[in-house]
Write a protein that binds this ligand. Structure first.
Ligand SMILES: Cc1cc2nc3c(=O)[nH]c(=O)nc-3n(C[C@H](O)[C@H](O)[C@H](O)COP(=O)(O)O)c2cc1C
Length: 200
């Protein structure tokens, strides 16, 4: 029998998918090799399956690995210096540079909103969030560790300029990816009753 038509194997597949979904968590200690082109293409296939009103594709991604991470770290320093009212110490500058080096692959996610009479800006922000979540979930399915980070650099206009953003675009996330390192943290339980109401 075709596996897809076999009810028990279909149920098993659903259970596997659901178990994976319910166990996703972020990993802040990441190492190992950069992701392969094939892995990255899978992540973006998932990202581009996000709900997207009117198919505007209000997302743009850049992938950094290898030498480009150090170059990105240099941009972080330049942009932070330009934004800071005081002179940054060498320790602060090193810390800023290291933000680019936390993982072997770093994906920068941009909102690239489009004008549309029926799709307000906020819906396009939500669509980018859904796209990033799909990407994180695909990484999790592949066994790749990931964490979505933001911080002041996301909103630094000098960095936006250095990265070539157009004036209507915004940087909304740094997605760090790599092999999971460090101790295992349990998936937190969430008490549903405070968050969900069932309306009869
Ligand atoms: C838009 C956005 C920005 C975030 N920025 C940071 C950040 O800068 N630093 C950080 O430690 N976590 C940040 N987080 C939270 C982590 O991605 C992660 O969700 C959190 O550590 C909880 O872990 P969990 O995903 O395993 O529940 C951000 C999450 C979102 C949605």
């Amino acid at each position: 029998m075709n596996q897809d038509k076999n009810p028990s194997s279909k149920h098993q597949n659903q259970q596997i998918a659901l178990d994976l979904l319910l166990k996703r968590k972020s990993h802040n200690r990441l190492g190992g090799q950069a992701l392969t082109k094939e892995q990255l293409e899978t992540l973006f296939q998932a990202a581009f399956r996000a709900p997207d009103h009117a198919q505007l594709k209000p997302w743009r991604y850049q992938v950094y690995s290898g030498q480009s991470l150090a170059k990105l770290g240099d941009y972080f320093i330049e942009a932070s210096k330009a934004e800071s009212e005081t002179q940054l110490t060498s320790e602060q500058l090193e810390k800023i540079h290291n933000k680019a080096l936390r993982a072997p692959t770093l994906i920068v996610a941009y909102l690239s909103p489009k004008e549309h009479p029926k799709v307000p800006h906020v819906e396009q922000v939500l669509s980018l969030g859904a796209s990033i979540q799909n990407l994180l979930m695909a990484a999790h399915f592949l066994g790749v560790g990931a964490i979505w980070r933001s911080g002041k650099l996301c909103f630094n206009p000098h960095l936006a300029k250095l990265l070539g953003l157009k004036t209507h675009e915004s940087l909304l996330g740094f997605i760090y990816l790599g092999e999971k390192e460090g101790t295992k943290r349990p998936v937190p339980e969430v008490e549903q009753s405070q968050l969900v109401s069932y309306i009869d």
